[in-house]
Design a protein. Structure first.
Length: 346
């Protein structure tokens, strides 16, 4: 494990902005991670307040500029069966495993639970950060616990599902414990048979029909999800992006009623605490879909996705573009959009 200096991160995050990090370490084991943290402390002696960044697949970050701290790329690998019953399997997965590799591994073993989450970029260790979700499933539905390293005490701890305080694209890791833990491994509880399929969400049912499938298996559900995602979302290897840039806002019922009077076609999804409105619709109504300013654009098929249109977009440009969108949605609908993507500001 060698400390590298002034390393380009352009190909280590999916927006592919031309940014670099002052220091860079790639770790492949827990021992190396501890050694990396020692190294970080040494650096801090000379450069107090040096920031630390843990990087997974880089698919949910925007760098506002070059990173002036130490970036640790977490490469811990391994998938193991922790426990099985007739009905369920408990999987223990290391943080550096690629999410889609895990999904495919579970499908090969006919273990159910992750099929709707097919083709989400990124690593397993990051999946609890924003409680990744797609097509009616979130990881909180299959998450049993995770092992974390507490950066304040250097202790290894276990956090259960309820301790992670999962919500819509939310968890304790993005809120009150922000920057406190490194997630080392995640335990998933999956079904071994009688898989309860979730196919009523989005276009899954119609895609299965188009595939000629009547009684779907988990593998066929995954295949349908992959087909839908490929038809809708830009491939970050071709067009830099970080998936949905904004969260779908939830407003109080009275606020929604007033909006519905003014904008009768506004789509809505009732929630226990209010009404969720698709951010993509709001953005589209403000005329942003397909619009480009300089190097950044709002995708022509999916208004929620901002793209690095020329390959040269800087994080600053992407941030400024997203702020313009927030301002227009606010002035037209009185709703303040929240960014889903993590802005790395050092
Ligand atoms: C095309 C595309 C489609 C997407 N679709 C979806 C979708 O359907 N649903 C969805 O939920 N998301 C989606 N995303 C967003 C993204 O894939 C997820 O948020 C993913 O979990 C990010 O993982 P990552 O490893 O790339 O995280 P990174 O971008 O590397 O990191 C994200 C944040 O987590 C921190 N972090 C990373 N690893 C750790 C760790 N081990 N411990 C502690 N902190 C850590 C980083 O410091 C950073 O703040 C999409 C992204 C793209 C590009």
């Amino acid at each position: 494990m060698e400390l590298e200096k002034n390393v380009s991160l352009q190909h280590l995050h999916t927006f592919h902005s031309p940014v670099s990090t002052r220091y860079f370490l790639k770790v492949a084991s827990l021992e190396e991670l501890y050694a990396a943290l020692e190294r970080y402390q040494d650096l801090c002696k000379k450069e107090p307040d040096l920031p630390l960044l843990i990087l997974g697949g880089g698919s949910n970050v925007v760098f506002s500029g070059d990173y002036r701290g130490l970036t640790i790329a977490l490469g811990l690998k391994g998938i193991a069966v922790e426990h099985t019953t007739e009905e369920q399997v408990l999987l223990r997965v290391q943080a550096g495993e690629v999410w889609q590799d895990l999904v495919e591994y579970t499908l090969r073993h006919n273990w159910g639970g992750l099929e709707n989450l097919s083709l989400i970029p990124g690593n397993v260790g990051t999946s609890p950060m924003q409680n990744i979700g797609a097509y009616g499933v979130e990881i909180k539905d299959v998450f049993e616990r995770c092992t974390v390293l507490d950066l304040r005490t250097r202790e290894i701890k276990t956090l259960t599902n309820s301790q992670c305080e999962f919500g819509y694209r939310e968890s304790i890791f993005k809120r009150k414990a922000k920057g406190q833990y490194i997630i080392l491994e995640v335990f998933f509880c999956l079904t071994r048979r009688n898989h309860p399929l979730k196919i009523s969400y989005g276009a899954i049912a119609s895609e299965l029909e188009a595939m000629g499938v009547v009684t779907p298996t988990i593998q066929q559900v995954a295949q349908a999800v992959v087909r839908i995602r490929k038809s809708k979302l830009p491939d970050p290897n071709i067009l830099g992006n970080a998936g949905s840039f904004f969260k779908n806002p939830t407003v109080e019922s009275q606020v929604f009623s007033a909006l519905a009077q003014q904008f009768p076609t506004i789509p809505s999804y009732p929630q226990p605490q209010g009404v969720k409105i698709p951010a993509g619709w709001l953005i589209e109504q403000c005329g942003w879909k397909g619009r480009r300013i300089g190097n950044v654009a709002c995708h022509h098929l999916q208004a929620l996705v901002l793209v690095n249109a020329t390959g040269e977009a800087t994080g600053e440009e992407i941030y400024a573009f997203s702020q313009e969108i927030i301002n227009s949605v606010e002035s037209k609908f009185g709703i303040t959009l929240e960014r889903e993507v993590n802005i790395i500001t050092s």
